[in-house]
Design a protein around this ligand. Structure first.
Ligand SMILES: *Cc1c(COP(=O)(O)O)cnc(C)c1O
Length: 381
């Protein structure tokens, strides 16, 4: 196994469990949590995080978006229920049958095909009806379209409807967002339409992390909430409000490979990117945009912690980057912190989101496999 990582992404697994428990306490014991671990669990690493939720938090169901990752979970030994929420290319539907995955269902082509595949295998596939309420991504509209789909599904013995869900398009925008409220009204209509048709729903879910914090009525109607950002200590409200008391369990770091002086008239990096106007000390780091870090952060003089001081990036290349260490004691070989604490200084994901004008999901979901994932508990890493 290759252990020669240039950078690391360290997760405090005990803190993840504490966050999970805080979210659980916040929503109360009548509602369960389905952790959503899409996008490599927001960069945290797929199978280790799934196992933490399965074994450390005793969850019964995980959800993700790409069937590729659902199959990786099964191959990695995850045995709890898995719901694939994203659209599945038709030629991959066999995977749902083979790996006992639950899927989103919202139209007839997939219904007939999955039924046939399940029948051939002598199995049943469990489906969650996905309701179109405003996202216009995947979903069936309440009313006649849902009526027709329900009739079809009831005639297909190898499909079992176990759940219903929808997704808010704007729930992160504001508390009591009016569009989310409209979406919830449509969702309620769909839930009663399904129940009236004689189907018993084991899973009713519509809230992501943000909606979970403010939409009490929606949480109460549901059997489950679908959360991940909150459990990872990152509350997704655009105004930064966070009523649960979550703590970010991550530290991302890299190493200094060179420290050198530069002088006025010189420049740093390709295309003479950073122009030097006064004498400075520059450190070169073992991390670059090919590791999946957002170039705007490194090129736009985003923050970084060196020896407990908050300083700035000066630029980046594919595998390396530059930071300003003028007046900061530091040496070749030491680590620097991109996200996390160093002495009294701290850089959070929230800071990074503000700086990059991009979301946690994007900024973390793109962090690549060359960054070592390290999982720590109180007994060690
Ligand atoms: C990503 C996602 C979630 C979880 O969102 P968080 O804000 O991280 O809690 C829930 N539902 C769907 C459909 C998603 O795509």
């Amino acid at each position: 196994m290759n252990q020669y990582y240039n950078s690391y992404f360290k997760v405090d697994m005990d803190q993840v469990i504490r966050n999970f428990n805080k979210v659980q306490n916040y929503i109360g014991s009548n509602t369960d949590i389905i952790p959503v671990i899409k996008g490599n669990c927001y960069g945290y690493g797929l199978v280790p995080m799934a196992k933490l939720f399965e074994e450390g938090c005793q969850v019964k169901m995980l959800a993700n978006a790409a069937i590729y990752e659902a199959v990786e979970l099964r191959q990695g030994g995850v045995t709890c229920d898995i719901l694939v929420m994203g659209g599945i290319p038709q030629h991959l539907l066999q995977g749902a049958v083979e790996y006992d995955l639950q899927i989103a269902l919202f139209e007839e082509v997939t219904a007939r095909r999955v039924h046939q595949l399940a029948k051939n295998a002598g199995k049943k596939v469990k489906v969650h009806l996905k309701i179109e309420t405003g996202m216009n991504r995947l979903g069936v509209r309440p009313g006649p379209a849902l009526h027709d789909l329900l009739n079809l599904v009831k005639s297909l013995d190898n499909l079992e409807v176990v759940g219903v869900y929808t997704h808010f398009a704007t729930s992160t925008a504001d508390y009591y967002d009016t569009f989310a409220v409209e979406q919830f009204e449509k969702f309620k209509e769909a839930v009663s339409q399904i129940e009236t048709s004689g189907i018993t729903l084991k899973y009713i879910h519509c809230c992501n992390s943000a909606a979970t914090t403010w939409y009490k009525e929606a949480v109460e109607l549901c059997t489950h909430v679908r959360s991940c950002s909150s459990i990872l200590g990152h509350m997704a409200m655009e105004d930064g409000r966070e009523p649960i008391g979550l703590i970010e369990p991550v530290e991302i770091g890299a190493y200094i490979t060179n420290v050198h002086d530069v002088y006025p008239g010189e420049s740093v990096g390709y295309s003479r990117y950073f122009k030097v106007t006064e004498p400075m000390k520059v450190a070169t780091l073992s991390i670059g945009f090919a590791d999946g870090f957002y170039p705007k952060w490194m090129r736009g003089q985003g923050p970084v912690l060196v020896s407990g001081h908050k300083t700035r990036f000066l630029g980046c290349c594919m595998d390396q980057s530059f930071v300003d260490v003028t007046g900061i004691p530091c040496e070749i070989g030491q680590k620097v912190i991109l996200i996390g604490r160093d002495g009294d200084q701290r850089i959070t994901t929230w800071d990074m989101e503000q700086f990059c004008e991009n979301t946690f999901e994007y900024l973390f979901g793109t962090i690549g496999p060359r960054v070592e994932r390290i999982y720590c508990t109180k007994t060690g890493c």
